[in-house]
Design a protein around this ligand. Sequence first.
Ligand SMILES: Cc1cc2nc3c(=O)[nH]c(=O)nc-3n(C[C@H](O)[C@H](O)[C@H](O)COP(=O)(O)OP(=O)(O)OC[C@H]3O[C@@H](n4cnc5c(N)ncnc54)[C@H](O)[C@@H]3O)c2cc1C
Length: 438
Amino acid sequence: MTTAETAPTGQPGAQDAARRSYDVLIVGGGPAGLSAAEAAAKGGARVALLERQKEIGYPIHTSGGSWISDMKALNIPSELYYPIRSVFFLSPHREVRFDYPDPVCCVLDVRGVYQHLAGRAVAAGANLHPNSPVERPIVEDGKVVGVVAKDHRNRITEWRAPVVIDASGFSCTLSTRANLHAGYKRYGYGAEYDFYAPNYDPNSLYLIMGSQVAPAGYAWAFPRGKGRVRLGVGVIRPDVEADAREYLDTFAERLPSLAPVFAGASPIEYHTGLFPSEGVVERFVGEGLIATGDAAGHGSTLVGEGIRFAIYSGQMAGAVAAEAVRAGDSSAQFLARYDRQWRARFGREMDISYIVNQRIAAWSDEKWDEGIELLKRLTPAQAAELLRGDYSAGLFLGVLRRNPGLLRTGARKFFELAMQRLGRPGPLSDADLATSNA
Ligand SMILES: Cc1cc2nc3c(=O)[nH]c(=O)nc-3n(C[C@H](O)[C@H](O)[C@H](O)COP(=O)(O)OP(=O)(O)OC[C@H]3O[C@@H](n4cnc5c(N)ncnc54)[C@H](O)[C@@H]3O)c2cc1C
């Protein structure tokens, strides 16, 4: 055991508390926390991770849509994701299909991936503690120095460390209590059945928009192999009051055209979850504290995609935490290198995704039909880049070249804003499109 365990502290309310000391404490065993644990342990730190649930990867609060190139880059074994060959976008009166003979997107075995990440963290030397809900941060002289948690026998324990990482997801338990940020007021709210659906085409993934199926959001059907399909509905609160659970339960009546593919299907699991949908928080670090993953708004608000970003962000957070331990400096000033690294890598894409999300969340059914018409003019590669939020000046100019009429619509402002974020300020003209080699 790589921890120092000491007698009670004698502080008020903590008379019975055991005390444990580590270098880095992580709250939350989702993809962000598990990746942070692996990275911090690899950086030489003594790491403990506290997860309130009894099992890593259960219950599931996510649909697991992701991208094969990222899973490869993150060394996730290929048996833990299912490749997708056709992507359908449906609006009330339109449909477009993109085929990927060499699949680019995938659906994760979510529990399998999270348990794989847990195994990696343990192999690197981290100590994982399921069934250990964290109640609050310990703050001394304005600095986070640990947390108070219950253990699996309901005993209160004080966990102390110079660096504490909040990877508690949407609840952002520590960040809000340590006044790093105020939590989320705008959020995606999703409900999903995981079906056994023997008649569903296992190659086809659907994204479905429109007020009938998912006001200010979208519905999805994600196949994941062996006859399993996740069918879900997500809406954005408080943009709309709609209850995603009700829309999911009435999906077959709302979209009868898709009902036959679910003939003979039955749910095996039911999932619900919340996803922050108001952009990246202003500060990721405080004195002794780092927030990562959904706890810092690190997912893409474009389609509510956060798993790969949580893994990348957790890895960065864990590495910086270990650096801070080695340097003996866990001040906000030292930890701010994490903030800078993250923004340099993901900041622009996340800003643009949020701009797009706010626009499309307000689209009418007619606007969605127009949007699908526009998508029809893209190549499968361009559609995938847009969906991934892999924005570049070349991508936007490429889209405009195939749809020059867009420069004469309200979308022009968006493209100019996006190009500005990508470092190409100034008005766009037909000449830009003619001269670009996108
Ligand atoms: C309905 C829905 C569908 C989604 N679909 C996709 C998708 O298809 N693809 C995709 O990439 N992303 C998707 N996301 C987003 C994705 O799930 C998140 O971005 C991702 O899970 C964030 O990872 P995380 O580690 O930051 O947080 P989480 O995965 O939320 O993990 C946080 C962990 O902290 C634990 N915890 C919380 N509070 C405490 C506490 N007090 N003490 C101890 N432990 C605590 C929780 O139990 C949990 O295990 C979806 C989200 C929702 C809600």
